[in-house]
Design a protein around this ligand. Structure first.
Ligand code: ADQ
Length: 730
């Protein structure tokens, strides 16, 4: 297995000080359990926050680091201020409510964006320090959404995976976030982004389309010339371990004792972090209504609600505690009998054995969050029911509902219906309970946490492998390359224009050449040992206007048009165009049906533009159009290419490699052939060149080029340097 670097906001340990000694013990959370196996099998590290260690002396801190290092855990310490701003303020104060559709819980004076960026950057830096080529990096959750791109900037070739443990909200909700662009771009630094359920994936894709204008396939999209894979990986629990725990003699004894306490009284159970997303208040109101409606249940049912205190530092949580306390008091005041109190409320954490006993002792398990990425409690309950009994009432807004269809599903906002479902659960005959529980258990055991980790990691490995259709370009040694350019004559330069000689501009007109570039091209063109060809996808008119008077050769429309020095434009001879009359009406019909879309006719191709159409409608229509065209091609040698908000139809083989037929090779050949470009269309040219040609890719991304340079400025420096030989009279 490849080395694995795990990154999560919390390290999977808890730290206590016992009589002055630091004691590190493994923590029991779902993520910690799921990733322990992969961490132990790999030789990599796990990076995260060890919790608040501000009380530790520096000696204690030192001994903590040693203890952690022995477990290959790398702490990222945070100041109190960081925790307040980054964790409580932004992660839990803004992202958490927004991603759970609770805009009302975002404080007016939301804080922490700067701290969020700062802490994410520290994570990226620390990962980069521990990274070795070939490692897999797996980053977790909503506190670290900027890390993938920050890390990508430092390690362009790293294989980076990200998993989101909470829902990704509908795009219309997400777009209220002032930092929406940055968050999406941050995530898109990954090779693979994983979600618990398909709706989250599709919300994410739609948000990327609406906000960044990037289109997607069902499970992938292209971003900055890289492919980003999207996947659904429903997280599970360690079902076998929970089942074993539930069978332990002391647990079984405890189950009998819980049941024996209230003979004839059936038990409902709720287990949650005390969080406004978990639906506690509505659950309590439903129990109250059940008791109000059906007097025969009074004294015969009770709800055990266990709530772990959570995020007590975040203001929005204070109200939840108060409301739950009030409702519990209200129900107990109204419906207690001398023997039975209808709600037992424990505001604390309980240990795993005790929890297993509660799961086994209960008749009906209530998991009714208003929104929940997955919800592991539902799966823990099922895993613990080795007796194949018990009924699960599950919110349809928990990610788990997508898998656990045999549960009784409820809409927790529909309280009356929830009451009916609870009543039904209490009455369900044993055969039905068994049948449902058996089916649920199969599912929970098959999709356990180990499988979750394995399937994410194998998808990440596959995404990494797929990323490289070509060999990865070794970083140029700019000096060595520059020296070759300077020495070699005659030198053939095949230069792309947009993104290679000038920065990419937002409108085509804004990419006009500046004075420096014109001087540089003129000087190159005047060097008799240098043959300059500009190879662009643009139409002849703008190329001519900008560069037509320079001592360089021009190729427009990916090589279809050629313009010699002092010459006129000539088209490539044998490219068929009679197909246009047949297909043009189809494109026009689609343009009519799609407000904002239009058809452009180029010399060799037809282009359907939709960048001014509604992004989603445009994208859907573009798919329809492609399907329609594919059907209408009638085996003609044409190809339909989806570009950036365009669909283009053109003859097969019309690409930048056409240029080579216009290059006049000197008698003794070229001393060196150099092609430089920044996008996919340049790859066709790279592919057509002889092996000893130097191919240069501008920017990051997969390429078959042999050399990478950073940007257009680096290209210009390189070209400038190659000229200096002349200046020095070589
Ligand atoms: P959480 O919101 O924390 O996790 P959940 O998946 O239910 O929600 O996990 C809670 C864990 O805490 C469970 O393992 C449960 O046993 C434990 N727990 C709860 N109450 C407890 C108590 N009183 N005592 C002891 N243990 C208790 C986030 C997302 C979820 C997603 C997980 C994992 O919000 O939607 O399922 O991450 O991805």
């Amino acid at each position: 297995m490849d080395r694995l670097i795990l990154v999560s906001n919390r390290l999977p340990v808890s730290i206590k000080v016992n009589e002055g000694r630091v004691v590190v013990s493994p923590s029991a959370g779902g993520v910690a359990t799921g990733l322990r196996g992969p961490h132990e099998r790999s030789t990599g590290v796990w990076i995260g926050w060890p919790g608040d260690v501000s009380q530790l002396s520096s000696r204690q801190k030192f001994s903590l680091e040693r203890e952690l290092a022995a477990r290959r855990l790398v702490p990222l310490f945070q100041t109190r201020e960081d925790t307040t701003q980054f964790y409580d303020g932004f992660s839990n104060g803004v992202i958490w409510p927004l991603f759970h559709y609770r805009l009302d819980r975002i404080p007016l004076d939301a804080i922490g964006w700067q701290a969020y960026k700062h802490v994410n950057q520290r994570y990226a830096d620390l990962i980069a320090r521990h990274y070795r080529p070939g490692d897999l990096v797996w980053i977790h959750d909503y506190q670290l959404m900027l890390v993938p791109e920050m890390l990508r900037a430092r390690l362009p070739d790293a294989r980076i995976g990200f998993f989101l443990h909470i829902p990704f909200p509908a795009a219309d909700i997400f777009r209220t976030l002032p930092w929406r662009d940055e968050i999406l771009q941050g995530l898109l630094g990954a090779d693979l982004i994983g979600f618990h359920a398909f709706p989250y994936l599709s919300h994410f894709s739609r948000a990327v389309l609406w906000i960044l204008g990037i289109e997607h396939e069902v499970d992938r999209m292209r971003y900055k010339n890289r492919q980003v894979r999207l996947g659904v990986f429903p997280m599970g629990v360690d079902a076998a371990a929970i089942a074993t725990m539930a069978e332990r003699p002391e647990v079984v004894t405890e189950v009998d004792s819980i049941r024996g306490q209230y003979p004839g009284c059936r038990m409902l159970l709720g287990v949650d972090r005390l969080d406004y997303t978990k639906g506690l208040s509505r659950r309590l109101v439903a129990v109250e209504r059940l008791l109000r409606k059906d007097a025969t249940l009074r004294g015969h049912i009770r709800l055990l609600q266990i709530a772990v205190p959570s995020r007590v530092e975040v203001k929005a949580y204070a109200g939840v505690t108060r409301e739950v306390d009030r409702l519990v008091g209200q129900i107990n005041g109204a419906y207690s009998t001398l023997q039975v109190q209808p709600v037992h409320y424990l505001y604390r954490s309980v240990d795993p054995a005790q929890l297993a006993a509660f799961y086994r002792a209960t008749d009906v398990m209530l998991v009714t969050p208003l929104r929940d990425g997955m919800n592991l409690v539902a799966k823990e309950f099922v895993a613990a029911r080795t007796d194949e009994d018990g009924v699960l009432v599950l919110s349809e807004f928990a990610g788990a509902a997508a898998e656990l269809g045999e549960a009784l599903l409820v809409n927790p906002y529909d309280i009356d219906r929830t009451v009916q479902v609870m009543a039904r659960a209490l009455e369900m005959p044993i055969e039905e309970r068994r049948a449902r529980m058996r089916a649920l258990r199969t599912r929970v055991f098959e999709g356990d946490v180990h499988r979750w980790a394995r399937s994410f990691l194998s998808a990440l490995e596959a995404a990494g492998a797929e990323r490289l259709p070509y060999a990865p370009a070794p970083q140029a040694s700019p000096a060595a390359l520059a020296d070759r350019l300077r020495e070699a004559r005659p030198l053939l330069l095949l230069l792309d224009y947009d993104g290679t000689l000038v920065p990419l501009a937002s409108t085509p007109e804004a990419a006009a050449p500046d004075r420096d570039l014109l001087d540089l091209l003129t000087a190159l063109g005047n060097d008799r040992g240098v043959h300059v060809h500009i190879v662009s996808g643009r139409d002849p008119v703008s190329l001519e206007r900008w560069l037509g008077w320079l001592p360089v050769r021009l190729h427009a429309e990916h090589g279809f048009w050629f313009h010699d020095i002092d010459g006129v434009w000539t088209p490539h001879s044998d490219v068929p165009t009679e197909w246009k009359a047949r297909l043009r009406p189809i494109l026009e019909e689609f343009a009519r049906r799609t407000p904002g879309a239009w058809v452009e006719e180029k010399s060799v191709s037809l282009v359907w533009h939709y960048r001014l159409a509604d992004r989603e409608f445009g994208s859907l229509q573009s798919r329809e159009l492609r399907a329609h065209l594919a059907h209408s091609l009638n085996a003609a040698p044409l190809e339909v290419v989806a570009g950036h908000q365009v669909v283009e139809v053109r003859p097969v083989g019309v690409n930048k490699s056409l240029v080579l037929s216009h290059v006049e090779t000197p008698e003794d050949g070229f001393g060196l052939v150099v092609a430089i470009g920044d996008d996919l269309t340049d790859e066709d040219l790279f592919a057509a060149l002889p092996e000893d040609a130097v191919t240069v890719r501008v920017g990051t991304g997969s390429t078959r080029a042999g050399v990478h340079v950073a940007d257009y400025a680096a290209v210009r420096r390189l070209l400038q340097y190659s000229l200096e030989a002349v200046g020095h009279g070589r």
